[in-house]
Design a protein around this ligand. Structure first.
Ligand SMILES: Cc1ncc(COP(=O)(O)O)c(C=O)c1O
Length: 326
């Protein structure tokens, strides 16, 4: 992986080599940090880098921080502007990934969430695929259960909770799968190690509701809207049993990293034809047009970095992103 050249650190853009923390940092020792993951998409025809739904990502980021008792004076809009400055400094002409982190910066011993000082950093780096095989993922049901709302709340991206995801991912890959499907503490389908999950059964798309110990995924929210409004499909948010996924016609993962990845086999059982199905296929091509700023209807979700134009800035535009928040 290429290291970033710059970082947003202590409120300014600095060389990446200067964005350093000490080994006693609270977040490093106790996992007391939250993070985000945002993609920037290069559109070669328009010579533009579009950042996808940055306001929504930073709203969730600050919500995640609140779960850890962190409070900041900063707004999602301030963080969006920090991203713009960072990306202008990096000057990418390719797809990239943006990683904001809010962490307890104190150096010392003592497990707690109070009387600590939170700080924010942001870096970005060039980025391509997250899974090698987005058109046909073989997933395995993990023997690890997802953390739940009363252990480490998974609705936010809390760094320490990702040890749970790491257990699931490593075991899945060592067992020969591409990715894990993790069940929640009730034994119901929850999500992937870093993805939300959807299935199609009897022509209806289903995904677990936010109360099933899942991350409040931005791609999940995007995909629900695209499936309903652009593809005219019925989407229900409901608890899903493990064996329903074995019987599904199709299933797919969604996430900023994975984008839309078709799950074609689960635990060595082919889903439907065992190949990417029509829903995942249509959704993928629509999604890639949307995120690259090629679909006018959803253009307000894409923030242009090099040629900012007011109509396209998410918080100013009266587009689908705004309707959804209303
Ligand atoms: C556990 C988990 N679930 C789901 C997702 C997908 O979330 P989003 O679509 O906001 O990237 C992620 C990735 O961030 C994740 O880590």
């Amino acid at each position: 992986m290429t290291l970033p050249r710059h970082a947003f650190f202590k409120g300014a853009i600095v060389p990446y080599s200067e964005a350093k923390i000490g080994v006693l940092t609270h977040a490093l020792n106790y996992g007391t940090a939250v993070f985000g993951g945002i993609r920037g998409y290069w559109n070669a025809e328009q010579e533009e880098l579009f950042v996808f739904r940055p306001q929504d990502h930073f709203r969730r980021f600050l919500d995640s921080a609140r779960l850890l008792n962190m409070s900041f004076d900063t707004t999602p809009g301030d963080l969006v502007e920090a991203v713009r400055s960072l990306l202008l400094a990096e000057d990418y002409k390719e797809d990239c990934y943006i990683r904001p982190l809010a962490y307890y910066a104190d150096e010392g011993i003592g497990v707690r969430l109070h009387d600590l000082t939170p700080a924010i950093s942001i870096v970005s780096m060039p980025y391509g695929r997250y899974l090698d095989n987005e058109e046909g993922v073989h997933a395995g049901i993990s023997s690890w259960r997802r953390v739940d709302d009363n252990t480490i709340p998974p609705r936010g991206k809390i760094a320490g909770a990702y040890v749970n995801s790491a257990f699931a991912k490593t075991d899945a890959q060592r067992a020969g799968y591409d990715e894990a499907i993790v069940l929640n503490s009730h034994g119901r389908v929850c999500e992937g190690s870093a993805e939300n999950v959807f299935l199609v059964r009897h022509g209806v798309v289903a995904t677990p509701p936010l109360t099933e110990s899942i991350l409040e995924g931005i791609t999940r929210k995007t995909v629900i809207e695209l499936l309903r409004d652009a593809l005219g499909l019925t989407v229900v948010e409901r608890p899903i049993d493990r064996t329903e996924i074995y019987l599904a016609e199709e299933a797919f993962f969604t996430g900023t990293g994975v984008q839309i990845a078709a799950i074609t086999n689960v635990d060595h059982r082919p889903l439907g034809t065992g190949k990417i199905g029509p829903v995942a296929s249509r959704l993928r091509s629509l999604y890639f047009d949307v995120v690259r700023g090629r679909n006018h209807r959803y253009r307000s979700w894409c923030m242009p970095i090099y040629h900012p134009d007011e109509a396209a800035i998410p918080e100013l535009a009266a587009g689908p992103a705004r309707r959804e928040r209303a």
